[in-house]
Design a protein around this ligand. Structure first.
Ligand code: GLN
Length: 297
């Protein structure tokens, strides 16, 4: 193992010296958060928390720990995402299993959960929710957890094991119906109070410009929204009207340049109203919500 050999030649023995060495390797590999990543990988190797690392700066690593840590660093040097190396990503303060077959949960998707909860606050339970393109299951699962009486349907055409395991892990599997199907072809089965989706929304040509972590390790299927990135919105917006309860909510994550077009697509359906665009914490347009009109307007 080339990286391990290099680590040994610089006589890295203590936890601190290994961390400094890893940070240096990750800076050379142009990783965005080298120290943080080194610490996360060390904490996972030693099965302790990141804060506990400072308690043992002079701890000497065993041979097995050394090899384990160096192989993780080696993977990160090749720009494999930290969450694929650890197998876990936090979202909404919950831990989710992830792998290369599902989109990595991103912090900005929490805005979508927040906005759905805010918009549904006045509805009385039980609520029926549809999550289109569930991936690791973060939307279906956090909404099921936050809205105790809810019944969620989660559609995904790629793998469902990851989402199913996450639902078990968070004790909501009994309230989520998983459907292995292409949302563009399947029957969505029922009427819903909320239809939510973080669909693939990158322009096909943008994919090659993404960071190596995304380009090389995340599933194209979860990212590619067609030539202009809008294929899924064009399909879901008119179709959702037939599957929403009166007054029901449609909520999307969007790419930050897509708000105007998505709003226009909704406006052109006439049966949507109360259309809102919400920004993420970086100030980018990130979520669009609309309600289906009730019979009396
Ligand atoms: N936000 C993701 C990215 O920019 C894209 C997620 C998606 O297509 N739903 O990499």
């Amino acid at each position: 193992m080339e990286v391990l050999a290099a680590a040994k030649t610089v006589r890295c023995q203590t936890l601190t010296s290994f961390l400094n060495w890893a940070q240096h390797k990750l800076i050379q590999a142009e990783v965005a958060s080298p120290r943080l990543d080194a610490e996360v990988l060390m904490a996972v190797t030693l099965n302790i928390t990141r804060t506990e690392l400072i308690t043992y700066p002079a701890r000497v690593l065993s041979q097995v720990e050394e090899e384990n840590f160096c192989s993780k660093v080696e993977r990160r040097v090749l720009r494999e995402p930290v969450c694929h190396i650890t197998g876990v990503q936090e979202f909404w303060s919950l831990k989710f299993s992830v792998n290369e077959k599902v989109l990595t949960p991103r912090p900005e998707t929490e805005i979508l959960v927040e906005q759905c909860l805010k918009a549904l606050a006045k509805n009385s339970s039980p609520l029926k929710i549809l999550d289109l393109g569930t991936g690791s299951g973060i939307l279906a699962i956090t909404l099921a957890k936050e809205i105790p009486q809810s019944q969620v349907t989660a559609i995904e055409k790629s793998v469902l094991e990851v989402a199913k395991n996450n639902a078990l892990r968070h004790a909501v599997a009994d309230r989520i119906r998983f459907m292995s199907a292409d949302m563009m072809k399947a029957d969505w089965q029922g009427l819903y109070h909320l239809i939510v989706s973080n669909p693939p929304y990158l322009e096909s040509e943008e994919l090659s410009e993404c960071m190596p972590e995304v380009r090389q390790y995340e599933p194209v299927l979860a990212l590619d929204g067609g030539r202009d990135g809008l294929d899924y919105y064009r399909f879901i917006i008119p179709r959702a009207l037939a599957q929403l309860e009166e007054g029901g909510l449609l909520a999307f994550e969007i790419g930050h340049t897509q708000a105007a077009t998505v709003v226009t697509l909704m406006e052109s359906c006439l049966d949507y109203h109360d259309i809102q665009v919400v920004q993420d914490y970086c100030g980018y347009d990130r979520v669009v919500l609309a309600r289906k009109r009730t019979l009396n307007g």
